[in-house]
Design a protein around this ligand. Structure first.
Ligand SMILES: [Mg+2]
Length: 234
């Protein structure tokens, strides 16, 4: 089974976009997939632009939304902070149970974190711990902008410190603008500093809803290399 945890160098860097592309690639191979956003915050339940609704659709739309997104929080904050303000705490057992149901009978499961890898879910457990417990290999989505080198190195180091495998980094273009000097040089620098972890660049999508176009670009940029059934330890 392919088990992926998608994290980002920050919030708003394209985790959900990259996740939906990876799910489409997996499904194009005929695999049975599921997707999960364990905790989402700051959106309405059926908001079509919410991460959970987008992931649910990209995975084929068969799973119960209560499993795809077991926990929806009102305030756009780290889960631990949002729940503490409401006088409660995230019940990790609820997340575990939903994850187990999503894995049942599937060839691949993809879990999107919230924000970055060390965002606290409870006082003691952040997304790195959840990914370790669920035996997920990490895909890091990095927003291609100034600062990306540092943020990406920090994220990969944190993942390795937690004992996670990092399958690769996707350096994602954040807009349609021509790249500046930082955006034009980040890929080569990160590839050298992170070797042997692969660093792949992903362009701004002109037609994000055109499935064939998106799959073509994903294959051309090598994203299928992130979807092997097993990876050697890094
Ligand atoms: Mg997202």
């Amino acid at each position: 089974m392919i088990r992926l945890g998608v994290t980002g160098t920050d919030t708003g860097v394209g985790k959900t976009l990259v996740s939906t592309v990876l799910l489409r690639l997996l499904r194009s191979r005929g695999l049975r997939v599921s997707a999960m956003k364990p905790v989402e915050s700051g959106v309405k339940t059926h908001d079509p632009s919410s991460d959970a609704v987008r992931l649910h659709a990209a995975a084929g739309g068969d799973d119960a939304m209560e499993d795809v997104r077991p926990l929806l929080l009102a305030e756009p904050l780290a889960p631990w902070v949002a729940t503490a303000r409401a006088g409660s705490e995230v019940d990790l057992g609820v997340l575990d149970a939903a994850f187990a149901r999503l894995c049942d009978g599937r060839d691949a499961v993809l879990v999107e974190g919230a924000g970055g890898l060390l965002v606290p879910i409870t006082r003691d457990v952040a997304f790195d711990g959840l990914f370790v417990q669920w035996e997920l290999d990490v895909v890091v989505v990095a927003g291609n902008r100034r600062g990306a080198i540092n943020h990406t190195l920090l994220t990969v180091r944190a993942a390795h410190d937690a004992g996670l495998r990092v399958r690769g980094v996707v350096l994602n273009a954040l807009d349609a603008e021509p790249p500046g000097i930082a955006e034009a040089t980040n890929l080569e620098a990160l590839a050298e500093l992170l070797a042997p972890v692969p660093v792949l660049s992903f362009p701004w999508l002109r037609k994000p809803d055109d499935e064939a176009y998106v799959l073509d670009i994903a294959r051309e940029r090598g994203l299928e290399s992130l979807l092997r059934d097993r990876t050697p330890p890094i």
